[in-house]
Design a protein. Structure first.
Length: 150
């Protein structure tokens, strides 16, 4: 990774749909070497893919809730069971295995608090091995990003 690779990454983070022509002009390379560098960044897994950023609220999912989950036991079977279930729920946007007093931190997106309550009581609390759940409702997003800038 050199400074040109970092400039390529910054430009792709700002606009993943940028053409190679525009990208190469912005980073100071001709199109062929720019294309080779982008392909190499993809091959190395530094660029994992390209996606559209979706406004969840405009899709009708205006409520986000952060939920901390503690399991009864932190053994492989319990972790795998919990993770398998969580992956199947479309309301779960992010899920992280954590250190500290809680085992998982989850972000759930729903239309409203009634839908969140339904998800909580009929799905999340019914996963085998869940010992406790703590929910926090964010008031305002201060900063958002997909990844740290290169």
């Amino acid at each position: 990774m050199d400074e040109i690779d970092r400039r390529i990454l910054r430009e792709l983070q700002a606009d993943g749909r940028i053409s190679i022509q525009d990208l190469s002009a912005r980073v100071g390379l001709s199109p062929s070497p720019c294309t080779r560098r982008v392909k190499q960044l993809e091959k190395l897994g530094i660029v994992r893919g390209y996606t559209a950023l979706i406004d969840e609220a405009k899709l009708g999912f205006g409520v986000s809730v952060f939920v901390s989950v503690k399991l009864e036991k932190q053994i492989d079977d319990a972790l795998q069971n919990f993770e398998r279930k969580i992956k199947s729920y479309p309301e779960v946007v992010d899920c992280w295995l954590m250190t500290g007093t809680r085992d998982y931190l989850i972000r759930i997106a729903t239309a409203d608090l009634t839908e969140f309550e339904e998800f909580l009581t009929s799905r999340l609390t019914r996963i085998d091995g869940v010992a406790s759940i703590e929910s926090s409702i964010p008031l305002r997003r201060i900063k958002s990003g997909n990844a740290r800038r290169a």
